[in-house]
Write a protein that binds this ligand. Structure first.
Ligand code: SIN
Length: 533
């Protein structure tokens, strides 16, 4: 039997949310910060465009709230949106004090530069090193965390399942890089494990984004919400054989336009804001323009910046330029082929505005959580802000609630839950083939456009696949099981929502149904719709 690793709190995930939360928790408590890869590898690291924040006073803040609510297509929980934008400026001031270098006007000492992205009424997106905003924020936060003696960083650990004792989450089972089982025990657990883009074959997300937190929480009996709302970023690189590298919305903020295979600019036909329309609208327009007349014929769609003069695009977007260069493309001179790819999950583990899930001892914040702040479609560059604001709120709540609890929860109770893992290791090639099959089926039937026929066929496929799932004895196996759980949640919620709204587009129910302006909620195989949080 393993000796449990005891801490006051466990934080799973070392992206912006986990790091921000750990810094608050560590003021008065010991924190085990667990991450699946090295600490710098998370969705945060790849966030390009920036972080949206209204720093110009009350009117500015109210406009940011209205843009967030409008983009969310009738489903944003307005109190959450107001908290996000009102608390945002203080969180950014804190980041600046902690050494984050956002881009500035002039020689780098002037005021903060701001760009515009889709569905924002003003330029309010801060950025760093041009298009490496998440990487810079992650760097600064990680540096602070590394100087904090109460934060104990555990890298390259895969979390397998939450430990629930007497109805309370008291720890987590994990595997180290060699597959050795470990048990962590604490007063409570914060999920900050990010999204699940790997559930789709086409995604901008890194390999670590396998929905582990959502799957573990659901298996433990927590409620999840709004899982049908997966945001597809309109412009991922579309070069055969290349990964779906993100081409930031900030490119369109700086003047890029979209053209179809005939060279026509088409977005004005779809929305008055044209290329800066909400993301769901742009993604579907690109998909529509990319369909040829013959069955299965795919037509190219391009991002075009050739007309943008007076800006050094390579200096403004160094990461994107260098990636394009490796495929023989030049941002300033070439048409860049693009297509949508899965990018961000609006749904997740249902929480209140204090990060509390429906399970005592379990908290969640950031992309893994669903506060309702994004509704059916997230406003561009609100996700890093969400991580900061709700990560800090969850940590403050944990400190308040934890000070009344047992300290830490009796380890021997939890230790009894460590089972010896002695099942035979399944063939790695079978596991990876199953993962690829699941991802392709999800793209095909639960992607940008869905209908009853495709979704119900997928539901049965996923049901049959249950019997093929391996025991979670390795990272690859655990990830496959988690992707499968997340896929089932997305499909069940997408089938249940018989309307189109935000990122959820049903070709068999193409309109809004005002009666469906509710949040889906799933727990232990049951689904219903609720009005508000
Ligand atoms: C982008 O740079 O386009 C991504 C930013 C986001 O997802 O909000």
């Amino acid at each position: 039997m393993e000796t449990p690793l005891l801490s006051d709190w466990i934080v799973i995930g070392a992206g912006i949310t986990g790091l921000r939360a750990a810094l608050t928790l560590a003021k008065t408590a010991e924190v085990a910060l667990i991450t699946k890869e090295e600490a710098s590898e998370s969705n945060t690291h790849y966030a390009q465009g920036g972080i949206a924040v209204a720093m110009g006073g009350a009117e500015d803040v109210e406009l940011h709230a209205q843009d967030t609510i409008h983009a969310g297509d009738g489903l944003v929980f307005e109190r959450a949106a107001h908290l996000l934008v009102e608390e945002g400026p203080a969180r950014i001031a804190e980041l600046l004090a902690w050494g984050t270098n956002f881009d500035r006007e002039g020689d780098g000492l002037g005021s903060l530069m701001r760009t515009r992205e889709g569905a924002h009424s003003l330029p309010r997106i801060l950025h760093a090193n041009g298009d490496a905003t998440g990487k810079e924020i992650g760097r600064a936060l990680l540096q602070c965390a590394q100087h904090e003696s109460h934060i104990h960083l555990y890298e390259r650990l895969t979390t397998r399942d939450l430990v629930v004792r007497d109805g309370r989450v008291v720890g987590v089972h994990a595997l180290d890089a060699a597959g050795k089982p470990l048990l962590f025990v604490a007063r409570g657990v914060l999920l900050a494990s990010g999204g699940a883009g790997q559930v789709y074959s086409d995604t901008t997300n890194p390999l670590v984004a396998t929905g582990d937190g959502i799957a573990m929480a659901y298996r433990a009996g927590a409620e999840v919400s709004d899982m049908e709302f997966y945001q597809f970023h309109p412009t991922a690189l579309s070069v055969p054989g290349a990964p779906r590298f993100l081409l930031s919305e900030a490119l369109r903020g700086e003047g890029a336009v979209l053209r179809n295979h005939r060279g026509e600019r088409f977005m004005e036909r779809y929305h008055p804001m044209a290329e800066l329309a909400p993301r769901d609208v742009v993604a579907r327009a690109i998909m529509h323009e990319g369909v040829g007349e013959r069955p299965g014929e795919a037509l190219p769609v391009y991002l075009d910046m050739r007309h943008v003069t007076g800006k050094d695009l390579h200096a403004r977007f160094p990461g994107i330029s260098s990636c394009l260069h490796s495929y023989g493309l030049d941002l300033a001179r070439d048409l860049i082929p693009v297509r949508p790819a899965a990018h961000y999950l609006m749904g997740g583990v249902r929480t209140d505005l204090f990060g509390r899930t429906t399970l005592p001892g379990l908290y969640a914040a950031g992309e893994v959580a669903c506060t309702g702040v994004h509704g059916a479609n997230r406003l561009a560059s609100n996700s890093l802000l969400e991580g900061l604001v709700f990560g800090a709120r969850a940590a403050e709540t944990m400190l308040k609630e934890g000070s009344h609890g047992e300290a830490p929860i009796a380890a021997e109770k939890a230790t009894a839950a460590v089972e010896e893992i002695s099942l035979p290791a399944p063939e790695a090639s079978r596991v990876s083939a199953l993962r690829e099959r699941l991802r392709s089926l999800m793209w095909l039937h639960a992607g940008l456009l869905r209908d009853h026929l495709g979704l119900s066929a997928l539901e049965s496929e996923l049901h049959n696949m249950r019997h093929e799932l391996p025991p979670a004895t390795t990272r690859e196996n655990a990830e496959l099981c988690n992707l499968h759980t997340v896929a089932e949640l997305i499909v069940a919620s997408a089938l249940a929502r018989r309307e189109s709204r935000g990122a959820h587009a049903r070709t068999d129910f193409p309109q809004h149904d005002p009666g469906c302006a509710k949040h889906s909620r799933m727990v232990r195989g049951q689904i219903d719709f609720i009005d508000f949080y």
